[in-house]
Design a protein around this ligand. Structure first.
Ligand code: HEC
Ligand code: HEC
Ligand code: HEC
Ligand code: HEC
Ligand code: HEC
Length: 472
């Protein structure tokens, strides 16, 4: 044993092994401590480093030690005599100082290395890294994300999440993405749905309690008419969001009740749903088959129904973070928030017309929309066009910005490129299944009855009575 130790300390391979084992062990302990203290436990990059990479280095270095010993023995057997290293005499003050300096420097190295690793992990998981490193490619997603309720949630929290398995998957796909950016192979627009997205139930449920009873929710939506006054119109509905109350789930969130399961088969875009299978909590199965998937659409392009997909949050909330809007809802929001001047006659109608046109670049959109608006007022309201020139110009600029939040010519992203499944007004959404066309064996369908999902109290009314009633 003693001999082994002697040989081990006298050859560079073993020494390297010893150094690496020590360093990785120290780094491991450091990260472990950090995790315990700061609660960075969920960080996937940190996890992979401390539980996959470092132990790997540790074990490989351990193997280096006996390998070095074997090498040294062979070297000796082949007649090499003498020591490879000078003998360190710790009784010598200079040597002692040297050794001490070496140890201190090593310690400093370890600390610097730890800090650097930690920092680089932080950078890699930052939103800026994901959202802006490959600027044009991620521009649509990054822009749409900044205008969403999840603007403070990091990209990795939805796209990667904790766990080594997902980390490796995401790194593999990251490597593929790097290649496709480098060689310009990526899709424009990036195609959705993402088939390998981390299961939504794992991601979303880190922050949202799925069984929380939201119940009925009053929702007031403000729209504007295309008339001269840009008249304000209100839609009032009670959305039956539901959830679990008293062990029974109801309403819209019933689809994600733990006791039931809904699976479906669709085309690759998930826009056309052919079959829906519902397993209720007694294990009873019902299958709803789309009327037009079997017989009638023989003439249409026949797309093979894909594999079964279990319905989860993303089948409704497919745009939690990358919310692209249609031009009318952008303008309505801006008018409601007072960011667009409602006193400009026909501003909504003209804005919509100009925003829907095609512009080659973001700058061209701003100047095109502004000039178009100025031209409209100059011709139709010459006087107003003089007195309120500044208001008109700034409205034009703002509409250009609204346009550029949703349209990205370099990525071929335009109005409606990315459908939103929540609702049914701009895209099929809920009506992909709730169309009264998906029929079960007993003849029942997945209902399109308006009151299944909401109570419509007013629809685009100027002064809905219901809001008067609710006013204190
Ligand atoms: C709240 C969760 C969440 C966050 C935070 C998030 N994403 Fe997403 N992202 C999604 C979901 C869900 C989809 C899948 C949409 C689908 O499959 O239809 C998606 C889709 C995408 C797509 C595919 C194209 C598209 O627009 O659908 C890209 C690219 C993307 N995300 C990048 C990012 C980047 C970059 C960030 C950070 C700036 C980010 N994501 C932050 C949930 C999130
Ligand atoms: C890291 C935490 C986190 C994760 C992960 C997360 N969310 Fe959120 N979510 C939030 C926060 C914070 C808000 C903002 C609440 C607010 O603004 O009132 C929010 C808001 C929402 C809202 C309400 C939006 C609105 O208009 O008010 C929905 C719906 C939602 N999230 C769905 C999802 C879905 C679906 C996923 C999974 C893809 C998800 N969230 C993942 C933290 C998270
Ligand atoms: C069948 C479609 C559907 C599914 C599946 C679904 N949701 Fe929802 N969710 C909705 C609708 C519709 C609303 C109401 C939106 C609104 O207020 O405009 C909503 C609202 C929410 C809200 C906001 C509630 C509030 O208090 O304001 C959160 C958070 C949320 N969902 C999270 C989730 C999570 C997490 C999952 C997956 C476990 C999920 N949802 C699955 C349709 C769905
Ligand atoms: C993948 C297909 C699918 C999609 C998409 C879908 N649903 Fe459903 N939904 C079903 C099925 C299946 C039922 C059960 C029908 C039955 O039992 O007759 C159902 C039932 C419901 C119910 C009644 C729940 C209860 O209390 O019994 C509501 C409310 C509902 N859906 C709302 C929505 C809303 C809102 C959306 C869109 C945001 C939506 N659904 C999207 C398949 C779907
Ligand atoms: C399967 C569930 C479901 C059915 C059936 C349904 N809706 Fe809806 N509807 C929704 C959801 C969810 C929203 C809210 C979407 C959102 O948050 O933007 C909505 C929103 C609306 C809005 C408000 C749009 C806005 O933003 O101003 C109107 C109007 C509406 N529905 C009308 C109807 C009518 C009319 C019917 C009957 C033919 C109907 N809906 C059937 C789920 C449904």
């Amino acid at each position: 044993m003693r001999r082994f130790f002697l040989v081990a300390t006298r050859n560079p391979i073993s020494l390297l092994g010893v150094a690496l084992t020590t360093a990785s062990a120290v780094l491991f302990l450091f990260l472990l401590g950090l995790e315990l203290i700061s609660g960075h436990g969920g960080n996937p990059y940190l996890g992979i480093l401390s539980y996959v990479l470092l132990p790997g280095i540790f074990f490989v270095s351990l193997i280096l030690i006996p390998m070095g010993v074997a090498w040294e023995r062979r070297r000796r057997r082949q007649g090499a005599t003498g020591d490879l290293f000078p003998i360190l005499d710790l009784n010598n003050a200079t040597t002692r100082r040297l050794v001490l300096t070496f140890l201190v420097l090593t310690l400093v190295n370890v600390i610097i290395l730890s800090a650097a690793t930690y920092k680089s992990i932080e950078v890699m998981e930052s939103t800026a890294f994901c959202g802006t490193t490959c600027h044009t490619v991620m521009e649509p997603e990054h822009t749409a994300y900044l205008n969403s309720p999840h603007a403070r949630v990091k990209c990795v929290e939805c796209h990667i999440g904790p766990g080594a398995g997902w980390f490796v998957k995401s790194k593999l796909s990251g490597a593929r993405q790097l290649v496709s950016v480098a060689f310009d192979l990526y899709d424009r627009p990036i195609s959705v749905p993402i088939h390998h997205l981390r299961p939504a139930r794992e991601t979303c449920e880190q922050c949202h309690w799925p069984s929380k009873f939201v119940g009925d929710r009053l929702s007031v939506r403000t729209h504007y008419d295309q008339d001269e006054e840009n008249t304000e119109l209100k839609t009032v509905l009670v959305l039956r969001v539901g959830g679990i109350q008293g062990r029974k789930s109801s309403g819209i969130h019933w689809h994600v009740d733990r006791d039931i399961q809904i699976r479906y088969r669709s085309d690759a875009s998930r826009e056309t749903i052919y079959e829906v299978e519902l397993t209720d909590k007694d294990g009873k199965i019902r299958v709803f088959i789309s009327g037009d998937s079997s017989s009638e659409d023989a003439g249409e392009t026949t797309t093979e129904p894909g594999p079964w997909r279990i319905m989860d949050c993303i089948d409704c909330h497919n745009r939690p973070a990358h919310i692209y809007r249609m031009p009318d809802s952008e303008i309505d929001r801006a008018l409601q928030e007072g960011l667009l001047d409602r006193t400009l006659p026909y501003v909504r109608r003209e804005g919509l017309r100009l925003m829907r046109e095609t512009y080659p670049t973001a700058e061209a959109a701003v100047s095109g929309i502004t000039q178009g608006l100025e031209a409209f007022y100059a011709e139709t309201y010459p006087e107003l066009s003089m007195t309120r020139h500044a208001d008109i110009t700034s409205a034009g600029h703002f509409m250009g910005e609204l346009h550029n939040r949703n349209v990205f010519p370099t990525m071929n992203v335009t109005w409606g490129t990315y459908p939103n499944h929540l609702g049914h007004t701009d895209f099929p959404g809920c009506f992909r299944c709730h169309d009264d066309e998906h029929v079960a064996e007993d003849g029942e369908t997945i209902s399109q009855d308006c009151s299944t999902c909401h109570i419509l109290l007013a629809m685009e009314e100027e002064n809905p009575e219901i809001l008067e009633l609710l006013r204190p």
